[in-house]
Ligand binder design. Structure first.
Ligand code: ADP
Ligand code: ADP
Ligand code: ZN
Ligand code: ZN
Length: 839
């Protein structure tokens, strides 16, 4: 397009020469004040355009305008590769949380509704006689004024018990009855100290007097005694009487002191994690879990204290706010006191905010729900609801897949919220795969034609209905085609029956999962799908199979604590469990949180590659083994970044960022290691290859090729081998896990459980995923997925539809059967949508 001097860019955003990631020097012109949807197959470059270029540039400009200090820091961050962008308004990104989870953050705090409530309680609450006014902070558990002094506002206290620290009381102290004590020398030391103090460390723990046991486990005293390692109890007593020179003086530390001290003070995540194993969290005895000081809890609104009101579903809170607004309405009662004025104002503000949340299908949440327990989609929609009420205008909002986790019945409300932002004078950019969302866009930008190197071009940019005339667009193909019903559905080999499951909102559910077939569990968001599948089914099967919950990440302390307090599932398996020998949960959690973990290492592929390098003649002559080619081992890696290829830059008010290592230029290895070449590539060049490139490169190496092939088949051929875990989306991580699972030997009869595997997938990628899942079923395994995607539902063997509504209005099974049976079920919110997608 020709550009003229003095062009007014207020009407549109123009991008010239974008080359971020795989973008091929593209130009783009999109209208402002419109809902623009970016589409294309996974990996085509939608996010690189919407987030990597447009949002990143808006962010950079904003920071530059703020301060030179921020600008200096920003120089180290990645700058979008683009020639020019005109007409770009300031941007707000509503990305699905890959960030760190803050356990103190709640629905109330992210929506800021808690602030309003605190003001309401402070200024318009009912105070008992004699209680002076409490300021708003006094109703927050995050302030010293408000927090319960016993639990510091956590509502729970961590403690240890005899059972938690001594799992097997038939062991003696020498046999390590006190499991919570340090291992190795530290534990031996404590044992020798006890011997010096006259305790018998060779009798079973349970035979020691209770008083002795309590002292050893719980005392705060730290006596110092002479230690004679290797001597028996008798010999030690004699040595002490004779005042013989001890080896050293040792200090006793009780098991509780050790655990609590390690947990609070250790720098090592490993040690913290170990300590956490012996800790239990219990409800705080002082505030009974309400987190606040006693005085604050005496103040009531609508007969409830602030903790009680915060635990109600938001839909119920909305009802209360309506009543409050009615009662304090000045048009009804013109003689108003100050309290009434405040109540009226705050109640109306509450109504406005709660209504948006309710409209977005989240009325089942409560203010005190902690955000780490929300799905990324729920969190994003909460943030969206907050923005809709923020009265900002002239901003561009950038969102990734806001429909994730949403039943099509809930998508309309989502579109309304997005349109509200637009009508208020904002521009909305959305990266989406959901056909219903795409169809309602004002403007579509389709990126493609395929992924990675084969993508990065703009196939179409224009009003929604023009896309159908673009023959190269895969999006167009799926947008206008219907799904066929699955042919020749498979017969179950048996049934796995669960009964009386009460988890979260489930109401005495009896669920039967067919074995040896492909089942989808559907229902509106909040209806209880995850509670049934990801919690109840998984937990009960884990208990049956006796496998401990797998902890995948290295910094899993939080998780250990969480699982300690996670309530057991109330329910049992009635029958069918003997038909399953193994359980595999393929979730969307990251496959690692540091750049050390990547596609090649996670899948095990890198081990083969490294041994190929070790077999080259140069490596042999220098005696380099396979370990030399690992960036996790000191001998071969770059000493400056310790093999990370990047160094972390801490920013004061922003999340820290990684920037390339100045010493190795991001290659991760030292110069000597890089001299070794296999088929004329060094090891860092291999890591830079995409899976597709590597597949061509390793011709003749069947083991490597086979595992690359599976990754290609799940639609990830565009990923680079060295792409770090931190750069993968949840959906990509899930498919890598699936691929790893597929290439392994599939022993026995496995139950595979997946929670929304199609998140982040273009319909053409969904087709490939289905192929993989069907392969597992054809090999005799059982697959259960939680899904919203109607194409998946249409093609599975069996559907369990939950509902009818969300939260308290859900929690039951409303229909189950083959897809064609669901179509006929009355009361199923899924049926009409399934029908509309089927041919
Ligand atoms: P989409 O949003 O369409 O799924 P992306 O824009 O995320 O696609 O990715 C386009 C290409 O850029 C892919 O080949 C992907 O592997 C690559 N890519 C994505 N993020 C990064 C990154 N941080 N660094 C380098 N390459 C990346
Ligand atoms: P779905 O998977 O169908 O979206 P969920 O099973 O996640 O539904 O949620 C069902 C109900 O249980 C909702 O009311 C939700 O708020 C509640 N819920 C889910 N997870 C938790 C949790 N960790 N703590 C408290 N309530 C929860
Ligand atoms: Zn407390
Ligand atoms: Zn380096």
């Amino acid at each position: 397009m020709e550009k003229h001097k003095g062009d007014d860019f207020s009407g549109y955003v123009e991008v010239r020469g974008a080359r971020t990631h795989n973008l091929k020097n593209v130009d783009l012109l999109v209208p402002r004040d419109a809902l623009v949807v970016f589409t294309g197959v996974s990996g085509s470059g939608k996010s690189s355009l919407a987030f990597g270029t447009l949002y990143a540039e808006a962010q950079r400009r904003y920071l530059e305008s703020v301060s030179p200090y921020a600008r200096r820091l920003f120089n180290q961050m990645s700058v979008p590769e683009v020639d020019q962008i005109h007409g770009l308004p300031p941007a707000v990104a509503l990305q699905q949380g890959r960030g760190a989870a803050n356990t103190r953050s709640t629905v109330g705090s992210v929506t800021t509704i808690s602030n309003l409530l605190r003001m309401l309680y402070s200024r318009a609450g009912n105070y008992p006689d004699g209680l002076g006014i409490i300021y708003a902070e006094g109703f927050s558990s995050n302030t010293p004024e408000g927090a319960c002094p016993e639990c510091h506002g956590l509502g729970k206290v961590y403690s240890v018990t005899e059972d938690s620290m001594v799992p097997d009381a038939s062991l003696s102290i020498r046999e390590r009855a006190i499991a919570a004590w340090p291992t190795a020398w530290g534990g031996q030391n404590q044992r020798d100290i006890l011997t010096s103090m006259g305790y018998d460390v060779d009798v079973p723990w349970k035979d020691l007097p209770q008083q002795t046991r309590d002292w050893i486990l719980f005392t705060e005293e730290q006596p110092e005694v002479p230690v004679y390692p290797g001597l028996s109890l008798k010999e030690t007593q004699k040595a002490i009487l004779q005042k013989r020179q001890p080896d050293y003086m040792g200090t006793f530390t009780s098991a509780r002191r050790h655990v609590m001290h390690t947990f609070a003070n250790s720098q090592s995540a490993q040690m913290k994690k170990r300590a956490a194993q012996y800790m239990l969290s219990v409800r705080c005895p002082l505030c009974e879990g309400k987190k606040l000081r006693a005085a604050s809890l005496l103040v009531k609104v609508a007969g409830l204290d602030i903790a009680e009101i915060s635990s109600l579903p938001l839909a119920r809170l909305l009802e209360i706010a309506n009543v409050l607004a009615y009662q304090s309405d000045p048009s009804r009662d013109p003689i108003q006191d100050g309290k009434c004025v405040v109540t009226f104002r705050i109640a109306n503000e509450l109504i406005a905010r709660l209504q948006v949340i309710q409209d977005l299908g989240l009325g089942y949440l409560a203010l005190d729900r902690s955000t780490p327990t929300l799905s990324p989609g729920e969190l994003q929609r909460l943030r969206l609801a907050t923005q809709v009420q923020s009265h900002l205008f002239g901003v561009v909002y950038v969102l990734d897949e806001p429909s994730a986790g949403l039943h099509p019945a809930d998508t309309r409300a989502l579109m309304n919220a997005l349109q509200k932002l637009r009508v208020a004078g904002n521009t909305v950019f959305v990266v989406e795969h959901e056909i219903d969302v795409i169809a309602q866009a004002d403007w579509i930008v389709d990126v493609g034609p395929a992924a990675g190197e084969s993508g990065g071009e703009i196939l179409y940019s224009g009003p929604a209905d023009g896309l159908k005339n673009v023959p190269t667009s895969l999006t167009a193909k799926y947008l206008y085609q219907k799904s066929p019903l699955a042919q020749g559905q498979r017969k179950p080999k048996g049934w796995l029956k669960l009964a009386v499951v009460q988890t979260n909102n489930l109401k005495d559910v009896e669920a039967s999962f067919p074995i040896g077939v492909f089942t989808a569990v559907s229902g509106v968001s909040g209806s209880g799908k995850s509670s049934l599948v990801s919690r109840a089914l998984v937990q009960l099967m884990r208990e049956y199979l006796g496998s401990p919950a797998e902890v995948e990440h290295d910094d899993a302390t939080e998780e250990v604590l969480h699982s300690a307090e996670e309530l057991p599932v109330e329910g049992k398996i009635i029958s069918g469990q003997e038909l399953i020998t193994r359980l595999v949960v393929v979730d969307q959690k990251p496959i690692g949180r540091t750049p050390r973990s990547n596609l090649a290492t996670y899948t095990g592929l890198f081990d083969y590659v490294r041994s190929l390098f070790a077999k080259t003649s140069l490596a042999k002559s220098r005696k380099y083994d396979a370990g030399r080619f690992s960036f996790n081992v000191a001998k071969g890696r770059c000493p400056h970044c310790k093999g990370e290829g990047q160094v972390m830059v801490e920013l004061l008010f922003l999340p820290s960022v990684y920037s390339p290592c100045p010493a190795c230029g991001g290659s991760r290895y030292n110069a000597e290691t890089l001299q070794v070449r296999y088929r004329d590539k060094d090891i860092s060049e291999i890591l830079k290859m995409s899976v597709d490139e590597a597949w061509a490169f390793f011709e003749g190496e069947d083991v490597i090729r086979d595992s690359l092939q599976v990754i290609r088949e799940v639609g990830l051929g565009y990923l680079r081998l060295g792409q770090s875990a931190t750069e993968l989306s949840g959906g990509e991580a899930q498919r890598i896990k699936l691929a790893t699972e597929l290439q392994g030997k599939q022993r026995g009869s496995t139950l595979y459980v997946l929670d929304e595997p199609t998140t982040g997938l273009h319909p053409s990628d969904v087709e490939r995923l289905l192929l993989q899942l069907n392969r597992l079923v054809d090999a005799g395994h059982t697959v259960v997925v939680v899904e919203h995607d109607m194409d998946v539902l249409a093609q599975c063997d069996w559907i369990i539809d939950m509902g009818p509504g969300a939260g308290n209005e859900g929690g039951t099974i409303v229909a189950q059967g083959k897809p064609e049976d669901i179509l006929k079920a009355s009361g199923s919110k899924t049926a009409p949508y399934l029908k509309s997608r089927m041919a």
